[in-house]
Design a binder for this molecule. Sequence first.
Ligand code: NI
Length: 179
Amino acid sequence: MAIMKIARMGHPVLLQHAAPVEDPTAPEIRRLVADMIETMEDAQGAGLAAPQVHMPLRLFVFRVNPDRATADAEDITVLPHGVVINPQIELLGDDVRLRWEGCLSIPGLRAAVPRSWRIRYTGVDTDNRPVGGEVTGFHAGVVQHEFDHLDGIMYPMRMQDFSLFGFNEELARAAQART
Ligand code: NI
């Protein structure tokens, strides 16, 4: 396994429309997924899409750790980590909420981004088994963020209120000052 170099915003690979994975069970796809999981965990990210490691393919990895998933009282989804190859996503209902998110391609920053609270998604893993389901909250937010990467969409392109955008340290300082 290997830790991969993460493309930062401004790199053209992040603006591409990624291509479908022809054979999700191919050895090079398994290797890519293993390397992406290691890279995500090393960078302490919640998700990583293949274009972020310079591979414009329709797949992403993510993890929903229990602490973050249960921060939302209504959100009971817990998933250690997952891979989604050739995903399809459907936004359910009109409940759209601002969720704070960051991106490994935009290090040090985060923002409040409008995301659908509830979604349904499908895809396959590296054994070609179906993955996904109907999810809410953090899980739904991560999947929408990662799915966007496959269409060349970075989270600032979804933002409506740029006053809710800043460096992690400054936002933490400001939040502390308010309490
Ligand atoms: Ni991202």
